[in-house]
Design a protein. Structure first.
Length: 363
């Protein structure tokens, strides 16, 4: 089928644009008041989407309009904010359109707000991560081979009893990374006036030995939420973030969903310079960033041997051009509240990935 015909058959629409976060990355929000439903009556408005199964064991399914991207993209990360009462769950899937056809539906999550009592991996994983049409899922990121994908579509399945409570979704969005686009300008912290958020420190090393080395993401998230008025034990936050299919605490989308379950507006995005980070700090919002570096690549880091992947919380800038962070790898505030060199940290933050957690807009 020709590309234009296939796109028309998929009811492709342009979604409201949240805008470019850098010359390489673009955010979009799915219209919850659009889309189509199967097996269920559904309610949608500007603020919330919910569906109820008509019979036990059969989910209500909502499919978004297919959204044509501003430019071809090589990666997409989807975020959702939902409330899933006890006994309910939400399945989140996405697919991408590339070179004349759709990829298989990729299951991003079977999401429930009920935190497990312990991290228990599902063996084998409940689904195979499908690939096809040059598109594959890498944990939380949909990847498309060059020349990239040109459209994205999401599907939500609402599980719950016909007469009981049901999941409710209030936000569904994605950040797309353009194929072959130039990197954004690497502004240093010296371009910016100093600012500091006094975010209380937490160490991941203070938690149980079985999980302490693995919970940098939920520890950073727990600091952000405590700063914003929701202080929960770090382990509790970690269990809410746990991805049993991959035995991970660092699934970016799960972290945003965990904060969303607790009432925050949270999403995964990509930022490429310190000016973008500072705009959040000016609103009182710290930014969680994903970094990786070789041994010696980040002066003062508690991780002397480097790391392939680690999340920290950025909370300000100093007058001499350093970046103030809460690094959960420290043993305490003395070794974890640090001022990193801006150039080294920007190099470590090479994927631009960030998790932003904000109070609800109507609060």
């Amino acid at each position: 089928m020709p590309r234009a015909a296939a796109m028309a058959a998929a009811l492709t629409l342009m979604a409201p644009q949240m805008g470019w976060t850098s010359p390489k990355d673009w955010e979009l929000a799915f219209e919850l008041s659009s889309g189509s439903a199967v097996n269920a009556p559904w309610r949608a408005g500007a603020r919330e989407l919910s569906a109820r199964a008509q019979q036990a064991g059969t989910p209500g399914i909502w499919t978004s309009p297919a959204i044509e991207a501003a430019v071809p993209f090589s990666a997409a990360v989807v975020s959702w904010n939902a409330r899933t009462p006890p006994g309910t769950r939400l399945r989140v899937e996405a697919r991408a359109f590339r070179e004349g056809g759709w990829s298989p539906w990729c299951r991003l999550a079977t999401w429930s707000g009920d935190a497990p009592e312990a991290p228990i991996r599902r063996r084998p994983p409940p689904w195979a991560e499908p690939s096809g049409q040059g598109v594959r899922l890498d944990v939380d990121t949909l990847l498309a081979r060059p020349p990239g994908a040109t459209a994205l579509q999401c599907r939500l399945s609402f599980f719950g009893s016909p007469a009981g409570p049901r999941p409710r979704v209030r936000a569904l969005c994605a950040v797309l990374t353009a194929t072959g686009a130039a990197q954004g300008r690497a502004e240093t912290a010296t371009d910016l006036a100093p600012i500091e958020l006094d975010v209380p420190y937490r160490s991941q090393r203070a938690e149980e030995r079985s999980i302490a080395s693995r919970i940098c993401c939920p520890t950073s998230l727990s600091m952000a939420m405590a700063w914003l008025g929701k202080a929960l034990p770090t382990k509790s936050v970690a269990l809410r973030c746990y991805d049993p299919a991959h035995d991970l605490f660092g699934n970016w989308s799960f972290a945003a969903a965990a904060a969303g379950e607790l009432g925050f507006d949270a999403r995964v995005t990509r930022l490429r310079d310190w000016a973008a980070v500072r705009r959040y700090l000016e609103r009182g919002v710290p930014v969680i960033v994903s970094i990786g570096f070789e041994a010696g690549g980040l002066d003062g880091s508690p991780m002397k041997n480097g790391t392939a992947g680690h999340l920290i919380l950025v909370r300000g800038f100093t007058s001499d051009g350093r970046v103030l962070v809460n690094d959960p790898a420290g043993a305490d505030a003395v070794t974890g509240q640090l001022a990193y060199r801006a150039d080294q940290l920007l190099a470590a933050w090479r994927n631009g990935a960030a998790i932003v957690v904000e109070p609800p807009a109507d609060r």
